[in-house]
Design a protein around this ligand. Structure first.
Ligand code: HEM
Length: 329
């Protein structure tokens, strides 16, 4: 979570949070973000949240305070960036700067509130999803150590490294990674995709019908009806994936060693259609770089008796975290 938070803050709005620095500092923004996420999810199970909100009591009181922390964090970034842009400092290439540059051509294209929502949207879209997927990936390779060995071999071959990892630093290996080298790591791509099939970071996604419609199977939907699709269930259905639907098998995605994508209407972890995840390629890039580095240098093994369970939220984290023993290769 710290790594993906630092990464999305840098790419999204050019801010270096440093939450992954060696002392692992408490970041108030990250804490507030988690609390807000959790309380908003709990509203689904609490019929009285509107009353609590009106009276400013219980969790709703905490929510109000933590939303204040998020708002002042984002307001500071927007103010700072406005000053830089007024001073004609256009060196930043982050997403927020790009949104704000639209206001140059047409003032007020985006209000500060819309910019704030864009920032938070990128954090929620980019932080938990990739971090959770990497946790489930480590879980899967612990259960299937031959997959970790295959990723090690692929990383070694694609990046031109030696069998023995001792001669290299993390930085040296990371520097050999580029769009080109990463895009030829087909086995790792398959192993991550297989993880998302069985453990989709967004396990269920709800929609509200904008108008009356009929689904392909003839089901009538009225305007305002809620419809959900459930990638978690779809990823485990035998009639979609075959008899071995419950088996973790990256090879199902490969033909002659080359990754074969499936229709997003079959593999729905990133949604499908015009509103498909905008960050999919960026997520794969980040997850592949991280996974390749980790599996090149280390072996992972789940701590004996540690119970791994999912937790039902908007995303699908592990209820008790993932405790692993890590040893050098
Ligand atoms: C494993 C990682 C990821 C998964 C599984 C994932 C999944 C999804 C899903 C299911 C949606 C559709 C949500 C909905 O409309 O109901 C979505 C939308 C979106 N995602 Fe991702 N995502 C991931 C990573 C990222 C990253 C890293 C970013 C940003 C850099 C990102 C940016 C977005 C954005 C902006 C949307 C909204 C697109 C739109 O509404 O047009 N995602 N993602």
């Amino acid at each position: 979570m710290r790594m993906t938070l630092d990464s999305i803050c840098q790419v999204g709005f050019g801010v270096s949070l440093g939450s992954l620095s060696p002392e692992l500092p408490d970041i108030p923004f990250a804490k507030a973000f988690d609390t807000v996420n959790e309380i908003i999810t709990s509203r689904f199970f609490n019929a009285f949240w509107r009353i609590e909100k009106a009276l400013n009591i219980g969790k709703e009181k905490i929510l109000k305070k933590e939303v204040g922390v998020l708002n002042s964090f984002t307001a500071n970034i927007i103010d700072q960036r406005s000053l830089e842009l007024q001073g004609n400092n256009r060196s930043k290439v982050d997403l927020l700067s790009r949104f704000m540059s639209y206001n140059d051509d047409e003032p007020d294209t985006f209000t500060d509130k819309e910019l704030r929502d864009a920032i938070l949207n990128f954090v929620i879209a980019g932080r938990d999803t990739s971090a959770i997927t990497l946790s489930w990936f480590i879980f899967c390779i612990c259960a299937h150590p031959h997959v970790a060995d295959m990723v090690f071999e692929e990383t070694k071959n694609v990046l031109g490294l030696q069998q023995s990892t001792w001669g290299y630093t993390f930085e040296e290996v990371a520097k050999r990674m580029s769009y080109e080298t990463i895009s030829t790591m087909h086995y790792l791509h398959a192993a991550l995709t297989e993880t998302l099939r069985l453990y989709p970071a967004v396990p269920r996604d709800g929609k509200v019908a904008a108008g009356d419609d009929t689904l392909p199977d003839g089901t009538r939907v009225k305007q305002g009806d809620r419809v959900s699709y459930v990638p978690y269930s779809m990823g485990r259905m035998e009639f979609i994936w075959g008899k071995d639907a419950l088996t973790y098998n990256p090879d199902r995605w490969l033909k002659d060693g080359v990754f074969q994508p499936e229709s997003p209407f079959k593999f729905s972890a990133f949604q499908a259609g015009p509103r498909i995840c905008l960050g999919r390629d960026s997520a794969y890039l980040q997850m592949k770089m991280t996974a390749a580095l980790l599996l090149y240098f280390f072996r992972f093994c789940i701590v004996p008796d540690h119970v791994v369970r999912y937790r039902v939220m908007l995303v699908m984290p592990m209820a008790n975290g993932l405790f692993v023993n890590v040893s050098p290769r």
